[in-house]
Write a protein that binds this ligand. Structure first.
Ligand SMILES: Nc1ncnc2c1ncn2[C@@H]1O[C@H](COP(=O)(O)OP(=O)(O)O)[C@@H](O)[C@H]1O
Ligand SMILES: [Mg+2]
Length: 407
């Protein structure tokens, strides 16, 4: 079963929400005031960057305080009537079973179009009269559209958790999933997320799900040219293209390495196309693309490029019914992962080989083949002697660690 880890590991209680201690404190203080009487500001407006925990904080709060959460998001408030239906009544009356109510308007930024004004006016009205606490969420509270509403709300800012906080959360998830992850690997994922916890967790799942180990090399290429969001987006546009031209456009507008793209499509097809017959035809298309790739490489006849592109995009898109089966994460191609790993490894061997070659007057290749295996054995069995040789060769700490580890 594919369940997003953001869902599986979302905080159930406030203490599991990382960072944002100030915000949590303010929210708790405000909600406690309600126990006596409605505070002057009957609504909170939570704002801040996406993926920082605004929504889950409200859910955890309701859970902690055993409140009934009446929750809605942008699609529920297209019109003032819809909003009245959703929140008007629940804000006026208590619940049947004595549970207190907490009303959440999530994703206020999603109220758009002609409904916009009426909708926001209706929410403002409800906020002024409500008998139950209301929490509103928007990424950008200072959007002029919210200026009237904002006056009736107490503002609470959400900030990006730190890299360390995110890294710790990733480590916790890994241990729960039984994955042994190198600290540097998690550090890089946390760094790349730039404070967006949701995207950090999604990256971790794409990279690590189903694996026993996650190494730095496995994630190192996250920082490579073809950023993953870009690729995910293109993949989706290709696989689920409604027609031939849509799929072609996705490739043509994309500034990515085509051979890399082929790997991505190849790796991801089986997870999206469940029907074996359809999968076979899609794979056929990919193999045709691959034939053209070979021909282009052999003949340098770049006119064949369009066939290469056509088969991998439009060919694939039209060979299946394009029905999504629930939520399917895109995966990083394992072939590229292992390629980048062996590339890093080759680079390291070569660097050591060069150092040895300089001292022993042999080629780096020959040193890698003939000397390094012995050096490894020496390092592991007689570290003192090994260190002496390493110093004589001028190897640095990283190279020494590599030799000691047995590669
Ligand atoms: N501060 C946080 N602590 C723990 N998990 C978080 C945090 N922020 C985001 N997440 C994770 O990311 C997912 C999305 O969070 P969400 O609250 O919807 O973000 P926002 O509403 O700020 O865009 C959550 O399900 C959770 O897994
Ligand atoms: Mg949210």
């Amino acid at each position: 079963m594919n369940i997003p880890w953001t869902l599986k590991y979302r905080p159930r209680t406030l203490s599991e929400v990382i960072g944002n201690e100030d915000a949590k404190k303010k929210i708790l203080e405000w909600i406690r005031q309600w126990e006596r009487k409605p505070p002057k500001k009957r609504a909170l407006l939570l704002y801040g960057p996406p993926g920082t925990g605004k929504t889950v904080t409200v859910e955890a709060l309701a859970n902690d305080l055993n409140m009934e959460l009446v929750q809605s998001n942008a699609s529920d408030y297209r019109t003032a009537e819809a909003i009245q239906r959703f929140a008007g009544r629940s804000s006026r009356y208590g619940t049947l079973f004595g549970k207190r109510r907490l009303i959440l308007f999530d994703e206020l930024g999603g109220i758009t179009g002609s409904a916009d004004r009426g909708g926001l006016r209706e929410i403002t009205k409800i906020v002024k009269e409500t008998g139950s606490p209301i929490i509103l969420i928007a990424n950008d509270a200072y959007n002029p559209r919210f200026s009237t509403l904002r006056k009736s709300c107490q503002l609470v800012e959400f900030k990006k958790p730190t890299k360390t906080q995110i890294r710790r959360l990733l480590a916790k998830i890994c241990s729960l999933e039984g994955i042994e992850a190198e600290p540097d690997a998690l550090k890089l994922i946390a760094e790349r997320a730039r404070g967006d916890v949701r995207s950090a967790i999604n990256d971790l799942q794409a990279l690590a799900q189903g694996r026993k180990r996650l190494t730095f090399e496995d994630v190192a290429w996250l920082s490579s040219r073809d950023r993953k969001e870009v690729i995910f987006n293109i993949l989706r546009r290709i696989l689920y293209a409604g027609n031939v031209s849509g799929a072609l456009r996705a490739v043509n507008e994309a500034d990515v390495d085509l051979d890399m793209l082929l790997e991505w499509i190849y790796e991801n097809l089986p997870y999206h196309i469940k029907d074996p017959g359809e999968l076979a035809s899609a794979m056929d298309m990919l193999s045709l693309a691959d034939v053209y790739r070979g021909r282009i490489a052999a003949t340098q006849d770049w006119r064949l490029m369009r066939y290469y592109i056509d088969f991998m995009s439009a060919g694939v898109a039209t060979s299946w019914s394009r029905k999504a089966h629930g939520w399917t994460p895109f995966r990083f191609p394992s072939r590229i992962m292992s390629m980048s790993k062996s590339k890093a490894e080759r680079g390291r061997l070569r660097a050591i080989g060069l150092m040895i070659g300089r001292r022993c007057h042999i080629s780096a290749d020959r040193a890698a083949k003939d000397v390094i295996p012995f050096l490894r054995v020496i390092m592991q069995n007689n570290p003192e002697m090994g260190m002496g040789i390493a110093r004589w060769l001028g190897l640095d700490d990283e190279m020494i660690a590599y030799l000691k580890s047995g590669g």
